[in-house]
Design a protein around this ligand. Sequence first.
Ligand SMILES: C[S@@+](CC[C@H](N)C(=O)[O-])C[C@H]1O[C@@H](n2cnc3c(N)ncnc32)[C@H](O)[C@@H]1O
Length: 244
Amino acid sequence: MSTISNSEAIAAWAAMPTDAIEAYDDQGDFPKRHLMNGNLLRMLGPVDGRRVLDAGSGEGYLSRLLAERGAEVVGVEPAAALLARSQKIEQDRRQGIRFVQADLSTLPEVGQPFDAVVCSMVLLAIPAWQSAMAACVGALKPGGRFVFSITHPAFENLYPTWRDHGHCQLDRYLDEYEMPEGHAPDFHRPLSAYINEVIGLGCRVIELCEPGLDPQVARDSGIEAIESYVALPNFLIISAERDR
Ligand SMILES: C[S@@+](CC[C@H](N)C(=O)[O-])C[C@H]1O[C@@H](n2cnc3c(N)ncnc32)[C@H](O)[C@@H]1O
């Protein structure tokens, strides 16, 4: 179980250093560029002319990718520093994205219903994740698409343990617990928790994507131990459709 509240988790995200926030590029970062974005966009389906909610929009790179593809985007982000960065870039670029400050688990009216909701690397950051997932599904039109990503619960320690031991190590899978690494805590939950919850919310699971890094991209990157991302999936992306 979670030992901290949503507000405490959000406060940790809000304290993220400015240089870390500004380090995001137009595709996010290396793993997002090479493993995540193409799959998220493919699994969302065509977004041109569609209304899309970016649930937990962070500094907003994914909202901007969606707006570039013709979507009408609302980004919801509770952490002030990240929200401010997304709003500043929107002021400069004027893509028509509306960024709103809110906790997903108590989502206010932000223009529901949407054609699609994307929630990338967010549910694992939320103590009260079930109500956040329910808000994502509840924000959809009947038949709307819900795409979410998490760190793959079976391979969360992939990079550091592969680098130090040459293979991935995991010693606790079935429990729920806080993982303190990074700017703010993430939470480990077994895969069945997420899948059963989305099914229980009346969704039909369409696809589970376990992306692997292109071996040539890995070689060209020169990053130590990056072959771990070729061999094992560090991320899991799930697409589902709300009941019609
Ligand atoms: C790993 S970041 C991902 C951000 C963005 N989706 C991306 O892919 O760049 C996790 C995000 O979840 C947000 N978050 C944490 N708690 C939240 C909550 N209760 N409701 C909505 N977002 C939350 C954090 O503020 C942070 O922006």
